[in-house]
Design a protein around this ligand. Structure first.
Ligand code: MG
Ligand code: ZN
Length: 216
């Protein structure tokens, strides 16, 4: 026996296990007729308000469950619950993203046949949630004009791994002196075909366009 070194790529291993768990989740969602959307974005980009706006417009049409991922607190789930929507809070404690196994464990005792649509609000973080599929049919990333003009260029992988991009807080474009067209061009450079929706979750602008992109 020579002094052989075996290097195990823990990251690869972790990602592989997550992909498997995500595939199981996707099968379970399909079986129960759930349309599931994974909403990602940094802290303060407006994920919760966006989900609130969607629930307001879709609450009569669909039975909705909102799953909120946060390190601590149930502030976001509580906000959405005020719209008459069922909510479930996952506190990850130290994990900076949700993974497929956490979602599976959290939903274990939930009767999924009660819901048509599930919005999962991921932990506020623009980086790693994109690397952990949860079994959702679409991953939506929200960027906000308050993050400055370069957030797209700095996070190309996140854009590559998503199915649609929401540019939120467009009502602030003038005040922040940000060129929204330039941000959209940056997105297009990474993915020419990805749907891009300009939204103000606050004023309601673009919410119907987003609903169309989600196919709801
Ligand atoms: Mg939130
Ligand atoms: Zn993370």
């Amino acid at each position: 026996m020579t002094g052989k070194t075996i290097t195990i790529d823990v990251r690869q291993d972790l990602f592989g296990a997550n992909e498997e768990a995500a595939a199981i989740n996707a099968a379970v969602f399909r079986e129960h007729g759930n349309r599931v959307f994974d909403i990602m974005g940094s802290v303060g980009t407006g994920k919760t308000l966006l989900i609130e706006s969607l629930c307001e417009r879709l609450g009569d049409k669909y039975r909705i469950l909102m799953v909120a991922g946060d390190l601590a607190t149930s502030i976001d789930a509580d906000r959405v619950a005020q719209h008459g929507v069922d909510t479930l809070q996952i506190n990850t404690q130290t994990a900076c993203h949700l993974d497929a196994r956490m979602v599976r464990v959290a939903l274990r005792d939930v009767d999924l046949s009660k819901y048509d649509v599930i919005f999962i609000e991921n932990v506020g973080n623009l980086i790693c949630p994109a690397g952990y599929p949860l079994g959702a049919e679409k991953k939506i990333v929200i960027v906000s004009l308050t993050e400055g003009p370069y957030m797209i260029r700095k996070h190309p992988l996140t854009i590559k791994r998503c199915d649609a991009v929401v540019i939120n807080k467009i009502d602030l474009a003038e005040a922040l002196e940000i060129d929204v067209d330039a941000i959209e061009r940056d997105i297009r450079e990474i993915d020419a075909k990805i749907p891009v929706v300009r939204v103000s979750a606050k004023t309601g602008t673009g919410i119907d366009d987003l609903i169309q992109v989600l196919g709801l």
